[in-house]
Design a protein around this ligand. Sequence first.
Ligand SMILES: [Zn+2]
Length: 339
Amino acid sequence: MADSHFNPSQLIRDLQYHAGPYAKYALEARKKYIELRLHQDKRIQQVYIRAIRRVAKQLKELSGSEASPVKVRHLLDVERAIAEEFAKLNGNVDELTKEYIQQGVITGTSYSQAITLNAIKEIGLATTPMLKTYTRLNTRAAEAIYARTHKGLATSDLIWNNSKRAEQAVRNIIQEGVVTGRDAKEVAEALEKYVLTDSKTMAINYPDMMERIQSRVPLRLSYEALRLARTEMTAAYGEGTIAAGRVSPSYEGTRWMLSPSHPVKDICDTFANADFGLGKGVYPKGEEPMFPPHPNCLCSLLPVHESPEDFVERLRVWQKDRHSQPDLEEWYQNIYKAA
Ligand SMILES: [Zn+2]
């Protein structure tokens, strides 16, 4: 897995350092984000395992109690099961991807939301309008991520393409079984092995069956679906982080937090070293970068806010004289009161 060399401790320390008085919220958001990644992977993988088990069961039932080769007749029967199972799988993966986009946005928003709500509570301003603002922003950001296109293809199209590719891989393996006169049970077991491990392991366990097929099927059946879901969830996290920052009155910009597990220097190093005069890797409000710049990126974003003391003090000054803090007055009129 791409995560095997993932060492989170350095990034955690960096987050703690840069978040300073807000470290608690930064660490909570990071923890939630990592949990989302893990659960998302597990649940999508589970959808694949379930689909393959159902196809394998069909295949085993066809062969009856006696060992019998897969025949063309069997293939036509099992064809229906494959189509059905992968239509279901596609719907499930789509739902899960959508669900984790929503969760990713909420997690991204949580940091700036906590900072703003705490500060305005402290000066006795009602929190409801800002809660409404963040909630609406979460919905809008999730919809935008799901609807965005990659080379003309929407997220749902990409999910569908991945499902179709996996379906075709399963077909190829079963067809190979027919061509080489394999026992249906053995083909079914090979498929189950494949979804639990990868095509290399399957080939080791079923050598003569898989020799010809290995180059025509992906190494891991669920890999593309997992990778896409992760990229979308990460993008959702980034979208939530930036959008929430922009409506928060103490927000100054966003810091690129480079993942220390980068195997090679890549575009992320460039992002992390950009200098706008706010400190290395800090992007001013309105100039935040696209995130993530590549699939499987393990970097993070951390909004930069005024310190809680400075911010609350400024809010108090503003309460006494609205015109003394034009940026806070603008936030109050355009964001707080407009909620
Ligand atoms: Zn990165």
